[in-house]
Design a protein around this ligand. Structure first.
Ligand SMILES: Cc1ncc(COP(=O)(O)O)c(C=O)c1O
Length: 488
């Protein structure tokens, strides 16, 4: 372990070798076995992106007067995106480092706007379906705003009536997804937009995940309806270039219907001894590489390149969903509107998290979800090549788990099962805090999730009661559900 800057610099060849060695246990995205985190549009495209990125490796968009090149590219990226999302000549926007920063910027802008236009609001609120990406929850946490969540229908789409009921005098923003990340379905944007327009509340569409896939799927026959500035009530939208835009990491856009809202995003300090300081986004220094690579990705792939990749990924996602539904004991959570498939155990099916463990043991990188327990697969262009292998392994893993009555008590399955069901979420939070402390402590552990039971209460419960604790939680869950059904 290197824990001091070496007195003398090391030899460059050896350094690069050591860096490569660090990566041997990383998720294997090059083979397509990683269904999220990396959006791969092919080796040639990646090589080209690196070249574009390197051209502006050192430039800094913090000062657009010094680097007019970056200002031009950022402006052109925003104009291309405004056109893609059916904005008009008034549509404005910024590039940011990713979806989270785009959402933080928007939430901050709406809070500042409300402070000016509705100064009586002391406890500002955002109303959103519970499937909205947690980046908004994080923004609310940072900026002192309360999240108010509406439920979703059986297909995973926002319950519009409940959402409308939650809008009140403290609401500074309504937000919904196109699509939501967990199950890939698009919220009823037109219906929510109409409510927001009538109630005069701003409406942000989080298209971070799907912004660069939905427009193409729409052209291929997707039936999710308008999700962008075509909907009159939509006042802003975020979309990530570093996802289905197949750009380099560190690139997203946040767009506003007009400068009227975006101006509240800007920070200006006039009295600092270092000079007058103006910053449009959360970041100070803004690296040139991601801006340059995003510009290059859009103009090199072009509409035809995106459409072709979207067609391939969409076909692969449909094939995956059909294949999963054909496996006895599995089901998909919702019929997706785009290239996401979330699968779960059907009633009477095998333990979901045990199947997930078995798939992981076969080298697949697995994204476990909760409420309901499910596994998330983002299908991008690369996954077109691995759908059949994934389905074959999944069939084998279901059979393996069914044949082993102890599967749900082995590996990580009991931990995930417990985490998903524990009604006291504070305990779960403490468990996760321990994982973070393990990861980022002075002597980090390689895999804190695989560590022997620590002093967290969740660990202790799993270690001590294992299966029995799960049965109790199952019973508690079914009672809660029954009570909820009675209430509604
Ligand atoms: C719908 C949605 N919004 C926001 C984000 C946050 O994006 P990032 O991880 O780039 O900050 C994601 C990430 O997956 C997402 O799926």
């Amino acid at each position: 372990m290197v824990d001091r800057i070496p007195r003398q610099g090391l030899e460059k060849k050896a350094i690069l070798e050591q860096m490569k060695a660090y990566g041997v246990n990383d998720a294997d995205w090059r083979s397509g076995k990683t269904w999220s985190l990396v959006y791969d549009a092919g080796d040639d495209h990646i090589a080209f992106l690196k070249e574009a990125h390197n051209l502006y490796f050192s430039e800094n968009a913090l000062n657009p007067m010094a680097f007019k090149s970056l200002r031009t590219m950022e402006h052109e990226v925003v104009r291309m995106c405004a056109a893609l999302f059916n904005g008009d000549g008034d549509t404005v926007g910024m590039m940011t480092s990713g979806g989270t920063e785009s959402i933080l910027c928007a939430v901050h802008a709406y809070r500042e706007r409300a402070r000016k236009s509705k100064p009586w609001i002391r406890r500002p609120e955002i109303v959103a379906p519970k499937t909205l990406h947690v980046a908004c929850d994080k923004a609310a946490h940072y900026f002192g705003i309360r999240m108010r969540y509406a439920g979703v229908d059986e297909n995973g789409r926002a319950d519009v009536k409940e959402l409308e009921r939650l809008i009140g005098r403290n609401t500074i923003l309504v937000a919904a997804s196109a699509p939501q990340y967990p199950h890939g379905v698009v919220d009823p944007i037109a219906a929510i937009g109409a409510i927001c327009k009538r109630k005069k509340v701003p409406f942000h569409v989080d298209a971070c995940f799907g912004g660069f896939i939905l427009p193409w799927i729409e052209r291929l026959g997707g039936t999710f309806g308008p999700f962008d500035f075509r909907v009159p009530g939509v006042t802003s939208l975020s979309a990530d270039l570093h996802k289905y835009g197949y750009a380099a990491k560190g690139a997203s856009v946040v767009l506003y219907r007009s400068m009227d809202v975006m101006k509240h995003q800007f920070f200006i300090a006039t009295d600092w001894p270092g000079g007058i300081y103006a910053s449009p986004t959360l970041a100070g220094t803004r690296p040139g590489g991601p801006i340059a690579a995003a510009w290059a990705a859009l103009v090199s792939l072009g509409e035809e390149g995106y459409l072709q990749r979207a067609r391939d990924a969409w076909e692969a996602a449909k094939r995956l969903a059909v294949g999963i539904k054909a496996i006895d004991g599995l089901a998909i959570v919702a019929e997706p509107d785009c290239t996401v498939v979330a699968w779960m155990a059907a009633p009477g099916g095998p333990d979901l998290y045990a199947v997930a463990d078995a798939m992981q043991a076969r080298g697949w990188n697995i994204d476990r979800q909760q409420d309901p327990p499910s596994v998330h697969c983002t299908v991008n262009w690369k996954q077109t090549q691995v759908v059949d292998a994934y389905l074959a392994d999944l069939r084998a893993c279901v059979a393996e788990v069914r044949a082993n009555p102890n599967a749900s008590t082995e590996g990580q399955a009991p931990m995930y099962g417990m985490m998903a069901k524990l009604p006291v979420r504070g305990l779960v939070k403490n468990g996760v805090l321990k994982v973070l402390e393990g990861l980022y402590g002075a002597s980090p552990v390689a895999d804190p999730t695989a560590a022997p039971p620590g002093d967290g209460l969740v660990d202790k419960l799993v270690a001590k009661y294992g299966d029995q604790a799960m049965q109790l939680l199952d019973r508690a869950e079914s009672v809660t559900k029954r009570l909820r059904r009675k209430k509604s």
